[in-house]
Write a protein that binds this ligand. Structure first.
Ligand SMILES: Nc1ncnc2c1ncn2[C@@H]1O[C@H](COP(=O)(O)OP(=O)(O)O)[C@@H](O)[C@H]1O
Ligand SMILES: [Mg+2]
Length: 255
């Protein structure tokens, strides 16, 4: 058990009654409608849902890349202030790490420089931050590629780099949007191991989107997103071999 899991600690993410729609010409496209969800510190939660059901929109609302029309999001007990550009920036700089399906690495920076980016942006140049970069390079198995550029890497190596970048500043929340969608199964398992370890060892609250029942099976809990809200939940307890119940839920919910 990690020390972040005691009852006095606020949840990593608390989402209450979130509503988000997009204006498309004269039409309003509702995407999220009254969505509520909690991710505890140290918990790994997976979101599954049909394409276009709003999974990415949800993550973007949590990281304040996007702004919901109704409801609230709290990160580590503090409400996200969508009206303040500065507090949105600080949220992404210090509290939330993000991993994307297509890596989003900066092509003109090396692996090491990409991973150092959160510190470069926040102006932190301490020796301690350099040690953190080297430690996480080793942790994700990318030390031997530290001086290489993204275009010299495989998809899996790019994703391991982007995970290191998302975790190096030790955010209390990690949002991962289909992080295993474009990597081979071996790297997929390495990524899932890194994420699970992070949740358990450091109490990071992890919210991951995946279409793969095999990958979802690593989660503590699976939430099924349908018609704008969480339609059902499955307590998975990280049992990687219990995949049948996940398929049952997907079938039952027509996902
Ligand atoms: N910026 C936007 N403007 C208009 N519609 C959008 C925008 N972003 C997403 N959508 C629409 O919102 C819905 C949900 O999108 P998204 O969150 O990307 O779904 P998912 O990640 O579950 O596939 C889709 O119908 C998509 O076309
Ligand atoms: Mg998406």
């Amino acid at each position: 058990m990690n020390q972040h899991n005691n009852a006095a600690d606020p949840a990593a993410i608390t989402i209450d009654n979130l509503g988000k729609s997009y204006q498309l010409g004269r039409e309003r496209l509702p995407v999220l409608c009254g969505l509520s969800l909690t991710v505890n510190a140290g918990e790994m939660v997976v979101i599954m849902g049909p394409s276009g059901s709003g999974k990415t929109t949800l993550l973007n609302c949590i990281s304040a890349i996007d702004t919901p029309q109704t409801g609230s999001v709290c990160i580590a007990g503090q409400a996200v202030d969508y009206g303040s550009e500065r507090s949105r920036t600080l949220l992404r700089r210090h509290q939330v790490g993000m991993v994307f399906q297509f890596f989003n690495l900066i092509p003109t920076l090396t692996v090491r420089e990409n991973i150092r980016l959160p510190f470069l942006i926040s102006g932190e140049q301490s020796e301690n931050s350099q040690i953190k970069v080297e430690n996480i390079l080793t942790h994700v198995g990318m030390s031997h590629r530290a001086g290489h550029y993204p275009q010299q890497l495989s998809g899996g190596e790019m994703q391991l780099t982007s995970i290191a970048r998302a975790l190096v500043h030790q955010p209390c929340v990690l949002l991962a949007d289909e992080p295993t969608g474009n990597v081979n199964p071996n790297v997929g398992n390495r990524i899932l191991n890194i994420l699970r370890d992070r949740a358990k060892q450091q109490g990071t609250g992890i919210l991951m989107v995946t279409h793969s029942p095999e990958h979802a099976a690593w989660a503590d809990r699976i939430c099924f997103l349908k018609e704008g809200a969480i339609a059902d939940e499955l307590q998975q307890n990280g049992d990687r071999h219990a995949v049948a119940a996940i398929y049952d839920h997907l079938l039952k919910l027509d996902i």
